[in-house]
Design a protein around this ligand. Structure first.
Ligand code: ADP
Ligand code: MG
Length: 288
């Protein structure tokens, strides 16, 4: 099966990400992709006001892969939706590139836990749906869509229906759909959470290489500490609600060197341990 990393041939060297190399060399000069300042979000419900996010400050540079780990209900999805402009912040600001986010915008791709494919559309039709939603001409993107699908190992599946695919294949379609318009920023909300462990590990390997090779900026939300350590240049740790960032840990593996074998190294275990101990210190994990 072709790997997701081969997707990069189109994207690499294009405007936003040019300069990334396979060994993960940083762009010169580095520029900010996301700047979040004092972000807060409250929801008014029948039971009163729920503070989902409080005083969030995050800066992510172009080409970085950043994961957010935090307990269920701490506001991770809310944060991602605020960045995407899909829900409105209650306080503070979100900048993506030079734009202040005040509503949905086109230069990003989003992947959710469920592939959310339209059952009445083919695989190809699902990838092109993104283009149609953006008011672009699907005909102009059809060959790119076919190429992306081939490169994630779905060549020959263009005409299949989503229900004919495995969970991993459905997520690969969702990733093609998120990348079809070649966005600089990829937001992922527990994208592999519903997959079996082996499929998930392969998706991790393919995704991290794809991002390293193309220079895409990625924000990845996960429950899995080991997934976060494996994928990321930095891991941000969130508290239970109201969600705040309590740690911003650089992960000391050079991008592009992340093979599955790093999972069994002492360095990997050390990084995981740091995150576990933070969760223990705030009472998210307990031995009794
Ligand atoms: P996570 O993704 O970390 O599990 P969410 O961002 O989905 O958490 O939710 C954070 C908190 O905000 C939860 O307590 C949730 O119930 C609440 N919440 C999320 N969306 C809404 C909404 N539209 N209305 C009311 N409360 C919400
Ligand atoms: Mg969530």
């Amino acid at each position: 099966m072709a790997s997701l990393t081969q997707l990069s041939s189109r994207a690499s060297g294009e405007g936003w990400g040019g300069g990334a190399t396979e060994n993960g060399a940083h762009h010169q000069p580095r520029t900010e992709m996301i700047r979040i300042e004092k972000l807060g979000k409250t929801f008014t419900t029948a039971d009163g006001v729920v503070t989902a996010l409080e005083n969030i400050d995050i800066t992510i540079e172009q080409g970085e892969f950043v994961s957010i780990v935090g307990p269920s209900g701490c506001g991770k999805s809310t944060l991602l939706m605020c960045i995407a402009g899909l829900i409105e912040a209650s306080a503070g600001s979100v900048m993506v590139g030079s734009r202040r986010v005040s509503g949905p915008f086109t230069e990003l791709g989003i992947v959710f836990q469920e592939a959310l494919l339209l059952d009445w559309r083919t695989v190809l039709g699902n990838v092109l749906f993104q283009i149609e939603m953006r008011g672009l001409d699907p005909k102009a993107y059809e060959s790119r869509a076919r190429e992306l699908l081939t490169r994630v190992g779905l060549g020959g599946f263009e005409g299949k229906s989503p229900w004919e695919l495995s969970g991993g294949m459905r997520q690969r379609v969702a990733i093609c759909r998120a990348l079809i318009h070649d966005p600089p920023l990829l937001l992922m909300d527990e994208p592999f959470g519903a997959l079996d462990t082996l499929t998930r590990e392969q998706m991790n390997v393919d995704l991290q290489r794809l991002c390293a090779q193309t220079g895409k900026t990625a924000l990845f939300i996960t429950h899995s500490i080991s997934e976060a350590v494996f994928l990321s240049d930095r891991v941000l740790v969130m508290t239970p609600r109201p969600g705040r960032i309590i740690a911003d840990l650089p992960i000391a593996f050079a991008a592009g060197t992340r093979r599955l074998s790093i999972r069994t190294t002492p360095e990997f275990a050390e990084q995981e341990k740091k995150i576990y101990s933070i969760f223990r210190s705030i009472g998210v994990l307990r031995d009794e």
